[in-house]
Design a protein around this ligand. Structure first.
Ligand SMILES: [Zn+2]
Length: 208
């Protein structure tokens, strides 16, 4: 396994995802980001307040035969601070990456999806309740909002700046299918996913 020496405290950090760009050290809680070929210490970001969470970093979980381990977490706050949710960066036993969003009891698994050939509507043109055709299926705009990153931990595949804000749209389909469109500064990102039942997640209580 590849290793990195924490630029802040010198502890050895085992790299648990393929190409991390942002790492928070377990020992000193400092966050480092990859700049070109070298790691730069950007200091301590906001500590994630520990509310009971369904996942623990680096533990093994399973959902209907799909085994995965959370390796990173980003916390976002909704507009006007009416609460927050977590996005867990998880790696499957086959090495594939996905995201699990946890908003209290609502849990969705999402993977990054290429943008469709017909351009997605601009954020300003969306309204809650509106129908959008995605992959020849109807999806309804269920939620529109603005979110801000307020903290992170573990290892992430990209650098995300604290207080980075973007607009998002949650689209709901039938059979627990969903899409999230993120309208970010560097372009639109699309994620396809489905809602899962938290009671169907098995916790092996084993650290990996
Ligand atoms: Zn450290």
């Amino acid at each position: 396994m590849l290793e990195l020496t924490c630029p802040s405290c010198g502890s050895l950090i085992h790299l648990k995802i393929r190409s991390p760009h942002m790492i928070t050290c377990n020992y000193c809680s400092s966050t480092s980001i990859l700049e070109g070929e070298s790691w730069k210490d950007i200091g301590k970001l906001a500590i994630l307040t520990e509310t009971p969470s369904i996942f623990t970093l680096d533990h093994l979980y399973s959902h209907k035969g799909w085994d995965f381990t959370p390796r990173g977490r980003v916390r976002y706050t909704y507009d006007k601070g009416r609460g927050f949710w977590d996005e867990w960066y998880v790696i499957s036993s086959n090495g594939k990456a996905s995201w699990i969003s946890v908003d209290e009891g609502d849990i969705a698994v999402e993977v990054s999806e290429p943008l469709p050939s017909t351009p997605l509507p601009a954020f300003e043109n969306l309204k809650v309740g509106m129908k959008i055709l995605m992959n020849r299926k109807n999806f309804m705009v269920a939620e529109l909002g603005t979110c801000t990153m307020i903290g992170c931990e573990g290892m992430l595949p990209f650098v995300i700046e604290e207080n980075d804000t973007y607009n998002y749209a949650d689209l709901l389909g039938t059979r627990k299918e969903m899409y999230t469109i993120e309208y970010e500064e560097d372009g639109i990102k699309l994620f396809k996913g489905h809602w899962i039942d938290p009671y169907e997640i098995k916790d092996f209580a084993k650290k990996y």
